[in-house]
Design a binder for this molecule. Sequence first.
Ligand SMILES: N[C@@H](CCC(=O)N[C@@H](CS)C(=O)NCC(=O)O)C(=O)O
Length: 85
Amino acid sequence: MAYPVLYSFRRCPYAMRARMAIKISGIKCELREVVLRDKPAHMLEISPKGTVPVLLTPENTVIDESLDIMNWALEQNDRYCISLK
Ligand SMILES: N[C@@H](CCC(=O)N[C@@H](CS)C(=O)NCC(=O)O)C(=O)O
């Protein structure tokens, strides 16, 4: 089974909130920690603007805004009823 891939940076607040929403939603995810001064080619290929977080879903959809990643995660499993919408 393919998991979503999250490009992230540990100390980035935007990446933190995306990781928190994914965790709260109970979604298993492949976490790829990024060094901002040496971004992976694949990340830049799917999101040329070059910011983290970037999520690649199993359906090959790219979500590269943290708020959109949070909404995506909570739409799938909002078990604590904390939807942002
Ligand atoms: N609006 C974006 C902002 C993301 C953002 O600015 N992330 C910073 C790290 S905290 C980044 O990736 N900067 C690119 C860089 O430093 O090269 C979001 O909410 O996802």
